[in-house]
Design a protein around this ligand. Structure first.
Ligand code: KIV
Length: 271
């Protein structure tokens, strides 16, 4: 078989590259992206991973939660992002209620990969059977534990998870089981830094943190929060990188470098 575009396959970041980065202790930088212009800019700066997050429901569409986001919208925004990038690895969220059974999850993951062009899909929570079903079909999966924004109506507020021993043990156990089910990446959101450090050390797959301390294998932030253009209050774990920058590209570069050098997050951004 001939690979049609060797230049493409030579430059695009792969899941193997991310795994090597974990093994070599090189931090992984990740930002959310929702459109072509930001995608091109983030890609140009050299950020390793872009996440087409369902946070677009809040920062782009102006909803209070991520729940109204549809699979059509995720496929559309994913396509906008992947069309404009040359190098970064791209993940997209399966939105609320689009992975209620293995078959439904597979149908929607196929849309994000085929229409949206993403390399991996992300789903929230300990859904071992669904992860394993997708992986067996050839769909790379990013798991997401800790604070699960799609469960906000059960949680009541966006608060730190895993603060007591039982909660922490459950998150740790779920992380191991998701890895066993075949997940190749884990996002840990809003958990104590000590817990995130333990999970990162215990897993072979890369762990990307948001509000999870500096010892994860990488960091992700919502783009609009770190540029301080989001609606409402910026979360405590995020940082305004525009403050010391003279351009948007400069702020993104400062974030990327701070992640690589482990200058971000500092203790004030951790729990
Ligand atoms: O939707 C999103 O942007 C996310 C990040 C907060 C991790 O899931």
């Amino acid at each position: 078989m001939t690979y049609l575009n060797p230049e493409h396959s030579a430059t695009l970041t792969t899941i193997n590259d991310l795994l090597t980065m974990k093994q070599e202790g090189i931090k992984i930088s990740c930002l959310t992206a929702y459109d072509a212009s930001f995608s091109a800019l983030i890609d140009e700066v050299g950020v390793d991973v872009m996440l087409v997050g369902d946070s677009l429901g809040m920062v782009v569409q102006g909803h209070d939660t991520t729940l109204p986001v549809t699979i059509d919208e995720m496929a559309y925004h994913s396509r906008c992002v992947t069309q404009a990038r040359k190098r970064a690895f791209v993940i997209a969220d399966l939105p609320f209620m689009t992975y209620t059974t293995p078959a439904i999850a597979a149908e929607n993951a196929a849309r994000l990969m085929q229409e949206g062009g993403v390399q991996m899909v992300k789903l929230e929570g300990p859904h071992f059977e669904i992860v394993s079903f997708l992986v067996n079909l050839g769909v790379p999966v990013c798991a997401h534990l800790g604070l699960l924004p799609q469960s906000i109506n059960q949680l009541g507020s966006y608060k730190v998870q895993g603060k007591n021993i039982n909660e922490a043990a459950k998150i740790k156990n779920d992380a191991l089981k998701l890895q066993e089910a075949g997940a190749s990446l884990l996002i840990l959101e809003c958990v104590p830094a000590d817990l995130a450090r333990e999970i990162t050390a215990q897993l072979a797959i890369p762990v990307i943190g948001i509000g999870a301390g500096v010892d994860c294998d990488g960091q992700v932030l919502v783009l609009y929060d770190m540029l301080d253009i989001g609606i409402g209050k910026r979360p405590r774990f995020s940082k305004n990188f525009m403050v010391d920058a003279t351009s948007i590209a400069g702020a993104i570069e400062a974030y990327h470098e701070a992640v690589k050098a482990q200058h971000f997050p500092s203790v004030e951004h951790a729990f």
